[in-house]
Design a protein around this ligand. Structure first.
Ligand SMILES: [Fe+2]
Length: 415
C-alpha cells in the first residue's frame, strides 16, 4: 500500500519550523501537479568514485562486505565504469575509477578543501539514480523548479553529462547529485557508459576468490541489499537539505528524531510506493542541533558537525540489511557476519549495538570507513519483526563510535 505524503503525519520528536511544514506540503502538491510524481520510480543505482588504481581493491572490499558483484564494465574517455548488481530488483552500484593518477575535476577540488578528505581527493559518493518515464520531461520540470543539472563544460567526466543518465549539479546542502534514467537499468549498453571492456584474468581471479570466501563462510546469503543511505550535513542546513531532496525525488519525509546524547537529529525520507526499502533505499540526513561555533559555549558532543567540517558535506554511510534470524553458531546473523568479517581483517567501530533477545528490536554496527570510498558500511538486523526504522539509543551509540574515529587533531599527519 502506498503512502500519500499529503496525508501522512511525520513521526518523531525533532521540531521542524512552520516554514518546513508549509513548503513540505507545497512541494508534494507541486510534484503531483507538475507530473513528477508520475514520472519518477524507484532508485536504480548509487554511484561512488574512487582513486585511480584503487578500483579493484574497492570492489574486492565490496565483494567481501556485501552482495554486490560486477556484471558489466565500461571505459569512457576518463574513467573505468564498473556496474555491480546484488538482487535484480535492488539498485545497482556503479563504481567510477579515473584512468590516470593525475585526473582531477570539480570533485577533486572540492575534496581538497577539507582536512580529512584531501588525502583521497577523488574518493566520493556521487549520488543516486532514479528511474523516470521521460528523462527530458523530468529535467525540464525540475529546471523549472530551480534544480540545476550538469552541463558538458562544467565537468570532464562524460558519465555525468554524456551518458543516458541526467545528473543534477552537486547540491549545495549535501554535495550529492541525483540522476534520472529512463532506460531499463539491465539494458546497460543503452546507458552510454563508454566502450564495453572485459575484466582481465587477474581481476576476475581476485574477485572470484573473495566471492568464494563469502560463499564458503555463508555470509553471502545473509547480507541483503541497501537499506538506507545516510548523508551528513551542517546544522543550519537541515531543513533546506531535506526540502531540496523532496523536490528532486519522489520520497516523503518519514520523520525526524532528536538524538540528544549526540546533540544531533536523524531525519528520514523514504519512497512511499514500496513495501521493502531495499527496492529503493531510504535517504537519511543527519545534522547537529547547533553549529560548531555556538556549540563552543556548551561544549556538547558534536560528531556530526565535526564530520562535515573535516570531510565536507557528504554521504557518511550505506547500510545493508542482514537477514533476521539465529545463525547455527547460536549468534544472531548480524553477529556472525560481523565476526566473520573481523576474522578476515575488516575493522569495525566499537561493537554491535542493540538487543535482540525476545522483543522486536534492532541490532546495528558501523564498519570503519573504507579507505577507498570514505564510506562507512552499516549492518542492520531487524529482529523479531521490528517495524521501526531505527532506535534512538542505537543511533546515539553509532554516532558516538563514528565520531571517535573521525576526530581531527590540528597538525595531524595522514598517510
Ligand atoms: Fe544508518
Amino acid at each position: 500500500m502506498s503512502i500519500n505524503p499529503l496525508e501522512y503525519e511525520p513521526r518523531g520528536d525533532k521540531k521542524n519550523s512552520e516554514f518546513f511544514d508549509e513548503y513540505r506540503i507545497k512541494i508534494y502538491e507541486r510534484r503531483k501537479s507538475s507530473g513528477l510524481e508520475d514520472l519518477l520510480g524507484t532508485m536504480q543505482a548509487v554511484v561512488v568514485q574512487v582513486e585511480h588504481g584503487e578500483g579493484l581493491a574497492y570492489i574486492s572490499e565490496l565483494y567481501l562486505m556485501g552482495p554486490y558483484r560486477v556484471t558489466a564494465c565500461f571505459q569512457s574517455s576518463t574513467h573505468r565504469v564498473y556496474v555491480l548488481t546484488s538482487q535484480p530488483e535492488y539498485p545497482r552500484l556503479i563504481v567510477l575509477e579515473p584512468l590516470s593518477a593525475d585526473y582531477s575535476d570539480e570533485i577533486t577540488m572540492f575534496n581538497r578543501l577539507y582536512p580529512l578528505s584531501a588525502a583521497k581527493p577523488n574518493a566520493r559518493y556521487i549520488g543516486e539514480v532514479f528511474s523516470t518515464k521521460d528523462v527530458s520531461e523530468t529535467r525540464k520540470t525540475l529546471e523549472s523548479h530551480n534544480i540545476r543539472f550538469n552541463y558538458h563544460h562544467e565537468t570532464k567526466n562524460p558519465f555525468l553529462t554524456g551518458s543516458a543518465i541526467a545528473f543534477t549539479f552537486p547540491s549545495d546542502y549535501t554535495s550529492n547529485r541525483v540522476g534520472y534514467c529512463e532506460h531499463d537499468i539491465n539494458d546497460v549498453d543503452a546507458l552510454q557508459l563508454g566502450e564495453r571492456v572485459e575484466l582481465d584474468a587477474t581481476t576476475s581471479d581476485t574477485l572470484a576468490k573473495v566471492a568464494d570466501f563469502a560463499k564458503q563462510t555463508r555470509i553471502d546469503p545473509l547480507v541483503l541489499g541497501l537499506d538506507h543511505l545516510a548523508t551528513r550535513i551542517l546544522s543550519g542546513e537541515r531543513e533546506d537539505a531535506i526540502l531540496e531532496f523532496l523536490t528532486m525525488s519522489n520520497h516523503y519525509f518519514w520523520g525526524a528524531y532528536n538524538i540528544s546524547a549526540m546533540n544531533s537529529s536523524t531525519n528520514v525520507t523514504r519512497n512511499g510506493n514500496i513495501t521493502d526499502d531495499k527496492h529503493s533505499p531510504a535517504k537519511v540526513f543527519t545534522a547537529n542541533n547547533t553549529p560548531s561555533f555556538v556549540n563552543s559555549f556548551e561544549n556538547l558532543p558534536m560528531p556530526t558537525e565535526d564530520f562535515v567540517r573535516n570531510y565536507g558535506r557528504r554521504m557518511h554511510h550505506m547500510a545493508y540489511e542482514v537477514v533476521d534470524g539465529d545463525h547455527r553458531s547460536g549468534e544472531k546473523n548480524v553477529d556472525y557476519v560481523v565476526q566473520t568479517l573481523k576474522d578476515k581483517g575488516v575493522a569495525f567501530l566499537a561493537h554491535v549495538v542493540g538487543e535482540c533477545v525476545d522483543d522486536p528490536d534492532l541490532k546495528q554496527i558501523f564498519s570503519k570507513h573504507s579507505q577507498y570510498s570514505i564510506l562507512i558500511t552499516e549492518y542492520v538486523e531487524r529482529c523479531h519483526g521490528f517495524d521501526g526504522f531505527f532506535t534512538k539509543t542505537n543511533v546515539a551509540a553509532l554516532t558516538a563510535a563514528a565520531g571517535n574515529d573521525e576526530r581531527y587533531e590540528h597538525g595531524q599527519v595522514f598517510d
